[in-house]
Design a protein around this ligand. Structure first.
Ligand SMILES: CC(=O)SCCNC(=O)CCNC(=O)[C@H](O)C(C)(C)COP(=O)(O)OP(=O)(O)OC[C@H]1O[C@@H](n2cnc3c(N)ncnc32)[C@H](O)[C@@H]1OP(=O)(O)O
Length: 398
């Protein structure tokens, strides 16, 4: 496809690109919104598609680090893209993705991640659904006697929250695979928007502050149901341990005049249902795909994560878009490295990404036809090598 030019965004073109992106996502960009977002939307690391000098597509990323199984954090790029409605399905996203993936790889990013607006878009670019989350609805929650009591919880004013929450998130560290660092370019937007529009509570345990929650309430009362109270929606909830998490859940469940707590995007292993006398008081209303992951540097990514026990397995990866990744990799419980040995399993970058953080095991994806099994005896070993103790979870909107 021709008729458009792909090039890095130049200084001075940020607002036009932001307005374009806003329109593709059905968000109206006002002066006030741009004032709040400008610092988080630099031209750097952004590509545009132009026709006649006007932007018709944009793809951008910012640099962060993503925690992988075993605790290491790898350089990662976070994506956002949009193509003007009258220019879609002409290959503009494909061209932008090619430019962006090559640029991120050149910068030394090992991984790229995004939250997908639609699950049908990114597989063709080597992204795989690599973590999932669940949506919880909590009504009439009563805690079991053996549920951790938690510490104390205090509500913060906006100014204090804007200072404390970014610091606390950084201090708490990336304690599970899938979490990302929140750089200043992220906070420059979220500090105002995310914190400013929510109530903020902080949990304090024996060693100090160890968890926080951002939430808002919405009046549910109507003429017909005047006693319905409010719905409390959890936006951002992080805690370093079981006690802090339990303390924050207890706090949320006890806010007066709230008939239900809605918690979208919680980890699949959130312990809340198991803490309640009636587990049905916490209903799972849905499971969503969360993080979409692209391995930009397969050898570096495989070498960095920890592996479970199991006999060595050789995986052959074919990556037409980033051919340097194509090759065979021998994975053992002690590490992973390129090899010339015969392949036990064969796959592409999308399926490898679905396995990488531990959200799925190889046998499940082989059953779905996403993995060629050359040596069936290797499949159980591959399951054991890729499996992780806790499911991956990101917990950061972007
Ligand atoms: C991380 C994030 O930023 S999530 C937000 C993504 N942005 C949006 O959802 C905004 C609204 N949508 C858009 O702006 C555009 O439709 C985009 C960016 C999703 C796609 O841009 P396009 O320029 O149309 O994509 P392009 O023409 O390169 O399509 C490449 C292929 O993907 C397919 N495709 C693209 N978008 C979609 C879609 N939404 N659903 C299904 N298939 C799609 C095309 O059919 C094409 O398939 P083919 O190679 O078999 O012919």
């Amino acid at each position: 496809m021709t008729g458009f030019e792909i090039r890095p965004l130049a200084a001075g073109e940020e607002r036009a690109a932001f307005e374009l992106l806003g329109r593709t996502l059905h968000v109206t960009v006002t002066d006030e919104l741009w004032t709040r977002r400008a610092a988080s939307f630099p031209a750097e690391r952004r590509f545009g598609a132009f026709t006649g000098g006007a932007p018709v597509g944009v793809a951008g990323s910012f640099a962060t680090r993503l925690a992988v199984p075993g605790g290491k954090a790898l350089p990662a790029a976070v994506d956002g893209v949009g193509v003007r409605a009258d220019h879609t399905r002409r290959g503009i996203l494909t061209a932008l993705m090619a430019a962006q993936l090559a640029d991120c790889a050149r910068r030394g990013d090992v991984l790229a991640v995004l939250h997908a607006s639609e699950a049908t878009i990114y597989g063709r670019f080597g992204y795989g659904m690599s973590s999932r989350s669940q949506n919880l609805r909590v009504t009439r929650a009563a805690f079991r006697a053996d549920a951790p009591p938690g510490g104390t919880v205090r509500l913060l004013g906006t100014a204090e929250a804007q200072e404390l929450v970014p610091r606390l998130y950084a201090e708490m560290g990336l304690h599970r695979a899938g979490m990302i660092e929140r750089p200043e370019v992220w906070w420059s937007y979220a500090r105002d928007r995310l914190i400013g529009e929510h109530q903020v509570a902080v949990h304090t345990g024996p060693h100090g502050d160890d968890g926080f929650v951002l939430y808002r309430t919405e009046d549910l009362r109507t003429f017909d149901q005047p006693n319905l109270g409010a719905a409390l929606t959890v936006r951002d909830l992080h805690a370093t341990g079981a006690a802090a998490l339990a303390g924050l859940w207890r706090f949320l469940a006890r806010v007066d005049l709230v008939s239900e707590v809605r918690a979208p995007g919680r980890p699949l292993d959130d312990p809340l249902p198991a803490m309640l006398t009636d587990p049905r008081a916490c209903a799972v209303t849905g499971v969503d795909d969360q993080l979409w992951l692209r391995l930009l540097d397969v050898p570096a990514a495989l070498a960095a994560r920890a592996w479970g026990p199991g006999e060595p397995v050789v995986i052959e990866v074919t990556d037409p878009q980033l051919p340097a990744n194509t090759g065979r990799y021998r994975i053992t419980s002690g590490g992973a490295e390129p090899t010339t040995a015969a392949a036990d399993l064969r796959t592409g970058p999308e399926t490898l990404a679905m396995l990488y953080l531990g959200d799925r095991v190889p046998s499940a994806l082989a059953a779905a036809g996403r993995l060629d099994v050359v040596n069936p005896a290797a499949l159980a070993h591959a399951d054991s090598l890729f499996a992780t103790r806790v499911p991956p979870w990101c917990g950061t909107p972007f």
